[in-house]
Design a protein around this ligand. Structure first.
Ligand SMILES: Cc1ncc(COP(=O)(O)O)c(C=O)c1O
Length: 564
């Protein structure tokens, strides 16, 4: 205490508070061991916690709550009324009764840089850092570092370690990419709210145009999910109820569901064991030995006598199926080809026939994409798209997604409510320019896994055939000790997945198809061995090193050579 200060009697000063000179305090509470610099004013109903450091010239107004261990730099300005006015409408000077104080809270351990201004009703999270000179206009999450005017999140600091337990590694981090694009994405929400254009319109059309450009196709029709994209693509390309559609058993169930929902029956062909994708050899064998031409020359299945009309190769894990021979067989047998590119946004295939790289989604009669949030290009909800070079097919899908109408209330056929909403289209348009970079980061992480695990004979690594430039939606390894490896990684805090544990022909949902166990030996063996390791564009070197260390720790303890 000294004679240059003005400390009102109602101030609650804690023990061992250190005060500099020219300080003005009234009606406030200051916690133990806090230090307050020169020319600081703290108003009534403000409270400062213990062990805080309030640097000189800062102004802490009524309504501000500062928790323990907070650092306030020089000249920090708090504001507690959103719309301050000097006089009322009647011209009279405002009094305290007109003042609307809004509470601001600075959580434990946060630091506010010199010259920052904190607008009213703001919460600054625990341990967050506000850069010098920032203007904070919205809440700051815990551990965030923000700066600028208006303050934006630059990154997150590591929380102070409470123990020496290693940092967990998620299988997929969906939060970071959304925080990185927060401003753009929130702008899309705001524009959508302001326009109330929720369904259809130019936002959807713009996304369709740019997605078609990315896929190198003439048309893209945005729909409500990847499953609808597959179903509409099959229906619009001529698959009829009662047909058979060929696909693989090691895919997400949606591939087969869409076939059934189009009224057809899925029939499976086994996969290639190095690529995990449809084996063109097995497809040929199937067409030659399990199908025949009926009396009218139609290709029919020997399983059920139904017309075989289409094939759906799946670009699983973001790696291309071997399209040249599949397209050749489809051409020879008169089959429609619908690519399931739901995991392969931006993947490329080198076509020897055309002597150039081709984009996933540009090779079949049509292709289906999913924008489920975890996909390489994901919406903030559900979404999907069909790509095609066929104008009438695109038109057919537009009708199917919109109750069979091309003109409002004139329904040429019975369709579906299968549109992509405009909000998701806007969000996808904001994300699409980042897809190439995200895919490049995924490829780099995959190359790192391949390099760092290369000497380990107990693990079969993800394979990229020479004709595929994969986009590593998933990075899948094989291990003869899969359950043990998965449990070891789980105990080390590392997330993994199995894509997929039961091949479709052995799922309860498809017992009626009557496939015995052993019908597709390659798919069945892989289902027992595969494990998806953490893979996402923001996977850090440190996180990846932890995954690799733990995989190696497990395999060196078991030393079990497994199928490559
Ligand atoms: C291979 C495959 N096909 C189809 C789908 C279905 O997509 P959606 O979930 O958007 O309906 C998915 C999505 O998980 C998929 O991975």
């Amino acid at each position: 205490m000294n004679s240059y200060n003005c400390i009102a009697e109602d101030v609650k000063l804690g023990a061992n508070v250190k005060l500099s000179k020219f300080i003005n305090l009234y009606g406030c509470a200051i916690g133990d061991d806090t230090k307050i610099g020169a020319f600081v004013e703290i108003q009534k109903n403000a409270s400062i916690g213990k062990r805080c450091k309030i640097s000189s010239h800062s102004f802490i107004c009524e309504g501000v709550v500062i928790e323990d261990n907070v650092f306030i730099g020089h000249g920090v300005m708090f504001i507690n009324d959103r719309y301050p006015r000097a006089a009322n409408a009647d011209g009279k000077l405002q009094t305290e009764a007109d003042w609307k104080v809004e509470r601001t809270i600075i959580r434990k351990g946060a630091s506010i840089g010199s010259g920052a201004a904190i607008l009213s009703k703001i919460s600054i999270g625990e341990n967050a850092i506000v850069g010098a000179g920032s203007v904070v206009t919205k809440d700051v999450p815990r551990n965030a570092i923000v700066a600028g005017n208006p303050a934006r999140i630059l990154r997150f600091i590591e929380p102070l370690k409470k123990s020496l337990a290693p940092e967990p590694v998620p299988f997929l981090d969906l939060v970071t990419p959304h925080l990185e694009l927060e401003t753009e994405l929130v702008d899309v929400f705001r524009r959508t709210l302001h326009s109330a254009n929720f369904v259809g319109g130019s936002v959807v059309e713009e996304f369709e145009k740019s997605f078609a450009t990315m896929c190198d196709t003439a048309y893209c029709v945005a729909v409500s999910s990847g499953t609808d994209a597959l179903r509409f693509a099959l229906m619009a390309s001529g698959v009829q109820p009662g047909d058979v559609v060929l696909t693989v058993p090691n895919t997400f169930i949606a591939t087969a569901e869409a076939i059934s929902q189009a009224g057809a029956t899925p029939e499976f062909v086994d996969i290639d064991q190095t690529t995990s994708n449809m084996s063109a050899g097995k497809l040929q064998e199937h067409l030659e030995k399990s199908c025949t031409r009926n009396s009218s020359g139609k290709l029919v299945s020997l399983r059920n006598g139904m017309r075989v009309s289409a094939v759906v190769p799946v670009h699983l894990y973001g790696q291309m199926a071997d399209m040249d021979p599949i397209l050749k067989l489809a051409g020879d047998y008169g089959l429609v080809v619908v690519e399931d590119a739901c995991q392969a946004h931006g993947a490329e295939y080198f076509s020897k026939k055309l002597n150039r790289w081709m984009k996933a989604g540009s090779m079949g009669t049509a292709a289906a994409f999913s924008f489920y949030p975890g996909k390489n290009l994901g919406a903030c909800g559900e979404g999907g798209a069909v790509t095609t070079n066929d104008v009438s097919l695109a038109g057919g899908i537009k009708m199917l997604r919109d109750h069979g109408q091309a003109r409002k209330y004139y329904h040429d056929l019975e369709g579906y409510n299968g549109r992509l909403d405009a909000l998701q289209a806007g969000l996808l348009s904001a994300k699409l320019p980042h897809l190439e970079e995200w895919n490049a980061l995924r490829r780099a992480r995959a190359a790192d896994y391949n390099r760092l695990l290369a000497d380990n004979s107990a693990i079969g690594l993800a394979h990229e055939p020479s004709w595929s430039r994969g986009v590593y939606h998933l990075y899948v390894v094989r291990s003869g000790e899969r359950e043990g490896l998965m449990n070891h990684l789980k105990a080390a805090g590392i997330g993994t997945g199995i894509h997929y544990p039961i091949p479709l022909h052995l799922q309860k949902a498809y017992v009626a198809l009557n496939y015995p166990s052993g019908a597709f030996p390659v798919a069945e063996r892989l289902a027992d061995e595969i494990l998806s390791l953490p893979m996402f564009p923001q996977l850090t070197g440190r996180q990846q090193s932890r995954v690799v260390e733990e995989v190696l720790a497990f395999t060196s303890s078991t030393l079990q050579p497994a199928g490559r």
